[in-house]
Structures are given as C-alpha cells and as structure tokens.
Design a protein around this ligand. Structure first.
Ligand code: GLN
Length: 406
C-alpha cells in the first residue's frame, strides 16, 4: 500500500523507451496468487461484460482495463495462467511468452521457475507490438534468454496457415463442470483454422492430469522461499513498534511473526504453509522432488507432441467467467480454474489466449494456442489468421467506453 518503486521493471522501461505512456497500475490477486482478483488488498474488480462476474485472475485488472476500453494494452504476469485466463474471461487476447523471453527484473517473484510477464490487448497485432517492445535479453535477469528477438511483422502479414500442423488437445474436456461453450469454441477454432489451410490432428499430452497437482506443489514451494524476504526488516510491510513491544516473545521474533501475520492475506499464507511443509526435511523428496520429476515428464510430453505438430490448440478455462464470491471459500475449486493453463508454465512454452466465442449469457470464451519454446512467431501468425477469419475479438462489452482510437 502506498509503495512507489524507486526504479522501473525492465518490461516497463522498454515499453517507455518504445514510446508507451504508462497510465497506472492495475488490480490483481495478492502476490499473483489466485484466479479471480478477489484476494487483492485493494478490493475486487468486476468483469466489464457483467460486473457481477469475476474478470479472472490474477491479472484481472489488466484484462478488465483493456476490455472496458481504458487502455489499448496492459501487462500481466503468468505463473500458471494469470495472463491467459483473465484474457479469456474478458474477451481479449493475452500472450504468455516463452520462459526467459521477457525479463523478470523488477517483478515481485512468486514462483521464479514459472513466472513470465506478457502483453494483453484486443487483438494479436496489438499484443505483438507489446511483445516486440518488451522482449529480449536482460543481463539483470539470469534466466532471460540471450537470443535475438525476431521481427514479428512478417508473422502478422501471413494470409493463411497453410503448411501448419495443429494438434488439438481434448484431454479433460469431457469432465463434469466443463461448459459446453468451451467445447463449442474449440470446435469453431478447429474449423476456422482448417479453412485457413491448417492440417488439424489429434494429440495427447499423457501427463496432463498431473499438471495441477504438480503446479500446486512447485509454485507454493518457490513462493515460500521467495516470500521469506518479506520479514518486516528488509522488505515489505512492518508492524508498528507498539505492537512489537507489547508482544510476549522477544522483539526480533515479534517483528518477524507479527509483520508476516499482519501483512499477508490468507491465500498467501496457505501457499507459504504448503510450500514450507513440502520443502521440509522428510517431505522434500516425497513432494518437491517428486513434483520436479513429474515436471520433466510433462515437458517430455510437449517435446514429443512438437515432433508431430507445429502448434497445440485447446481450451483456456473450464468455463466462462464465474460469479464474484462463487469460489472464494473453496480453494480447490479456484485451483481447478488452472486446469488447461499450467502445462505451458511447467514446460516453459509460449501460449496465447484468443477470443473464441460467447456462451448463452453473452460471456466471452477463449481458445488457446501453444508453441515450442521461442516460437512466439507461430502463435502470432496463427492467432492473427484466426482473428482475420473471425470477429470475436471485435465485439465490445456493454461497459465499453472508447477513449482511444480503435
Ligand atoms: N491461478 C494460479 C495460481 O493461483 C495462477 C496464478 C498466476 O499465474 N499468477 O497460482
């Protein structure tokens, strides 16, 4: 609260030097943990298509700001879906780059092996402009990849997807709780891309049923480690001196424990406890190490699939936007929102969420394309061709107020 950072994140600095005007910060779940923007200390955000619904999360404010017409482009981070899921819920386009394509310098770390920043906008060409400005090697982030950023303009000039093989992911789609609108959007995307020249084939990622459990071990472990720096002394919120003096424990312990107890919200505390437990002696091998091994198998599935196909097509979310408060008392239900998105983070591959249709109530539904590492160009090409042949990304919510040219 009221914190003004003394320096810009690399992504912000790069956008500014490309001429972008930063107008503000958008709401999000606390420490980017959540799928509904309801754990924010700043309050909740409504979905511009229906303000009784969540905009998704954790980058819900960024998605809502674009959808409502406030800005043409926003930034999110995606550790397990937080760019793509809110983009799908708000009917906009959101791209999670390859892990390492965009610098993490200046981001608050959640799960360092999964976190990646990316652009959100109405259309593929808008997010391509954002990515072009943001991406590239940064010596201040040791995991940023030292590779040329391609010029994305030729990908956007492609008129079709002839010669592309696209694998469709159907795993998990026949479960209860998956909205028919999600299956319909996928079917529509398949036929549009086929009409535009792609060859559509069936593909499986056999370990996909382990994505969510693997993610919900690795992400909390990394979070518990990263968030240990919020100790009241070096970093973050610090409890008042009077409360420290009144505590029964010694002043040092009181400062740590009261600052952490008072500064973190309940979802963040849950993750810290889960992560600390899974990393503790005697449990490390059973949970954390095991999860790392399964993560390898998940990546192997992607590698095998990309031997056969150029891109993967699948859903983004199990359903369109749900009601505010619907899942706040049920963390497992909230975690299951990530069913189709965490695979890309665990494997490190780039993925894009595209507006893919609307449900019977008029809420947007997304479709997702995933590509091999460093192949954002393919996502942009296929995504742009899809948008030239469909009009979902051109529809605007009732609350839309254009204060910039469209
Ligand atoms: N919903 C996921 C979580 O709560 C993803 C969050 C994210 O990508 N930042 O961890």
């Amino acid at each position: 609260q009221d914190f003004v950072p003394p320096y810009d994140a690399t992504v912000v600095a790069r956008l500014k030097s490309a001429g972008a005007i930063v107008v503000g910060k958008t709401n999000m779940d606390e420490f980017a943990m959540g799928a509904s923007t309801e754990t924010s200390a700043m309050g909740v955000t409504g979905n511009p298509w229906d303000t009784t619904k969540t905009p998704g999360g954790s980058s819900g404010g960024a998605a809502a700001a674009v959808a409502a017409g406030t800005v043409p482009l926003s930034l999110g981070t995606d550790t397990g879906g937080s760019i793509r899921q809110p983009s799908a819920f708000c009917g906009i386009t959101g791209l999670k780059p390859t892990y390492g394509r965009v610098s993490r310098y200046g981001l608050v770390a959640f799960a360092s092996s999964l976190d990646q920043a990316g652009p959100m906008g109405w259309s593929v060409d808008d997010v391509a402009i954002g990515l072009q400005a943001m991406a590239g090697y940064d010596p201040r982030d040791s995991t940023s990849v030292n590779a040329e950023v391609p010029d994305f303009t030729p990908a956007l000039a492609a008129e079709d997807v002839r010669g592309m093989r696209i694998g469709v992911l159907r795993e998990g789609l026949d479960q209860d709780g998956i909205s028919p609108a999600v299956r319909d959007a996928l079917a529509t995307a398949e036929s549009v891309l086929r009409e535009q020249g792609a060859e559509i084939v069936e593909v499986e990622l056999p370990h996909s049923k382990y994505w969510v459990p693997t993610y919900y071990v690795i992400a909390p472990c990394e979070a518990s480690s990263n968030l240990s720096r919020f100790d009241g002394a070096h970093y973050g919120y610090r409890v008042g001196d009077a409360e420290i003096a009144a505590a029964d424990s010694g002043p040092l312990e009181a400062m740590y424990s009261l600052s952490r107890a008072g500064g973190f919200g309940s979802e963040v505390k849950r993750r810290i406890m889960v992560g600390t437990y899974a990393l503790s002696e005697g449990y490390y091998d059973a949970y954390y190490n095991q999860a790392l091994k399964v993560r390898r198998l998940i990546r192997n599935d992607y590698d095998a699939a990309f031997q056969q196909v150029d891109l993967l097509l699948g859903p983004v979310t199990p359903s369109p936007a749900f009601a505010l408060n619907e899942k706040t008392d049920d963390p497992i239900a909230m975690y299951l929102c990530d069913l189709f998105t965490v695979g890309a983070n665990l494997a490190g591959v780039p993925a894009i969420s595209l507006p893919g249709g609307f449900d019977a109530a008029g809420l947007p539904v997304g479709v997702q394309l995933q590509a091999p590492v460093m192949e954002e160009t393919r996502l942009l090409r296929a995504g742009n061709v899809f948008q030239m042949a469909s009009d979902f990304h051109t529809r605007r919510p009732p609350t839309f107020t254009a204060n910039h040219s469209q």
